[in-house]
Design a protein around this ligand. Sequence first.
Ligand SMILES: CC(C)(COP(=O)(O)OP(=O)(O)OC[C@H]1O[C@@H](n2cnc3c(N)ncnc32)[C@H](O)[C@@H]1OP(=O)(O)O)[C@@H](O)C(=O)NCCC(=O)NCCS
Length: 153
Amino acid sequence: MSAIFHIRMAVPGDLDAIMALLQVNQPVFGRLLRDHVAGELDPSPGMKRKYWFVAEQAGQVVGTIYCYHGLRDISYPNYLCVDASAKGSGIGAHLLEAVESQARDMGQKSVQFQCPEGNSANALYARLGYTNTGRELASRNYLINWERTFRRT
Ligand SMILES: CC(C)(COP(=O)(O)OP(=O)(O)OC[C@H]1O[C@@H](n2cnc3c(N)ncnc32)[C@H](O)[C@@H]1OP(=O)(O)O)[C@@H](O)C(=O)NCCC(=O)NCCS
């Protein structure tokens, strides 16, 4: 498959593709309800702090990421995943960059997220320059805390 891809904000028509990616990665993310995700794709005003982005390659959605831009100037990316056919081409890094750039544009102070210990994505976050701020015990395993700060005040 062509390595050319582009990242865009998700629209309601992307729901099936996003749910398919989340389904494959259910062991990592747990189960997300379709109605819940559909609500977050709703373009109506009032949803302006919750966004999904998708990566498209040859007309197919091959990756996604969610971000909640919190009220206290911190943004929380989550659910980053890329289809097996498209991994290793920089799509994951670009999806993360898309939410990070949106967070900066919104004047947010930092992005923070967690990743299960042992997940190879932790190496990617380190390579992208995120700061590992420790780990915490979740129900089944440890989660690594990652952060990038844009401004201190
Ligand atoms: C984590 C995940 C989203 C990364 O997606 P991806 O598109 O493969 O990510 P990238 O291509 O940007 O980078 C991944 C690797 O490819 C390599 N890579 C990046 N650009 C590349 C290129 N142009 N050519 C070859 N390799 C490349 C990077 O070195 C990186 O390796 P590293 O992780 O060992 O440092 C994907 O593996 C995935 O969906 N995982 C399952 C879900 C998951 O666990 N998500 C994270 C939850 S915290």
